[in-house]
Design a protein around this ligand. Sequence first.
Ligand code: AMP
Ligand code: GLY
Length: 422
Amino acid sequence: MKILVVGGGGREHAIIKKLKQNKSVTDVFALPGNGGIAYDATCVPIGACEIDKIVNFAKVNAIDYAIVAPDDPLVLGCVDALEAVGVPCFGPRANAAIIEGSKVFSKNLMRKYGIPTADYRVFDDMQAALDYLETAPIPTVVKADGLALGKGVTVAMTRDEAKNAVVEAMQDKKFGKSGDHLVIEEYLEGPEVSVLAFTDGKTVKPMVSSMDHKRALDGDKGLNTGGMGTIAPNPYYTDDIAKVCMDTIFMPTVKAMNKEGRTFKGCLYFGLMLTKNGPKVIEYNCRFGDPETQVVLPLLESDLLDVMMATTNGTLDKTEVKIASGNACCVIMASNGYPASYKKGFEISIPNEILPSVYVSGAVNKDGKLCTSGGRVLGVTSVSDTLSGAIKASYDKVSKITFYGAYYRRDVGQKALKAVEV
Ligand code: AMP
Ligand code: GLY
């Protein structure tokens, strides 16, 4: 089978490595891929949002199955466009990808169908939002409606911070049109859990739970990033909590989307907060998370392609999603300075025996050498019987990978370890 994967980060690298375990996969094309993905797939210089070119490539190369991994092409209708020329796809159509593409949509969906989430108000007018903030409970959370490269959320600890976020979004247009509408919501507290689940619109089969490390510095300090590391399973996510989530969040969400005429197929990502009043939805993503995928897929025992195709064909109820019993840890190595400014173009050295554990997100091939090209450069994943074993194995590998200005958090998994020990 000829497979096409749209995207070019560590998540896509993890998807591609897992797909290649299926013997019927003969060719994998990554659009655009990256210098590291090029070891495992044929990279084609077509951007993830160049939908016409993607469709044309799929037709010309007789692609059998396409996987659209990132949020923007999903929201822009890449799956719809590929399906229109007869290419079966993994991922939601645009009318379902809106669950990530618009926070106003997702919050209103949850309110309408009684799915637990933070209380909220929607604003289209800056003055009305500022007036509301004069008396709103603080802390509060200000969220731009549309996609904002993961930067559209401000957790405001003071009234001034909240007002500033409103002005930046609505007057300064920091997020372009994504900030024309804002959600201002209740501040929630509790451990955060990410759950990625396959769904064909009828059945929901979650993968192993995980924990992201979003801040740049140790101890959850510094700026928000795309994610500096992950562990799985998340020790806060017990079997009892999983059952509550299935009954009050996962199934109700899939049913709600059906009722709205927006059947969701693909991977639905639930960003959850386990509050003292029960689990609540912080955000939905319409896709695999990055870097959650880099710990979740190594713990998936079932064949990824079979499960993906079952979500497309509507046969997920008959398809097993088997999770391995171990623990996984992924440590992200970034360019010094990320997520603010950083330099790139430095040669990366990775010992051969570590290559199978590496998922590359920001690197190019220059004269046969792998060189840094992004803020997050690569992730290193290990699987072990214990969480401490997985953490140690990943840091051992990290210590053997070198590039100028390599930066990584030293405490990935430590919070989870403390939770295990309690
Ligand atoms: P996002 O960019 O949507 O992933 O949100 C970034 C982070 O903001 C989340 O991972 C949470 O830590 C935090 N956050 C979002 N919504 C809330 C909320 N209602 N209460 C407290 N923290 C929140
Ligand atoms: N790691 C969070 C995300 O993929 O959005």
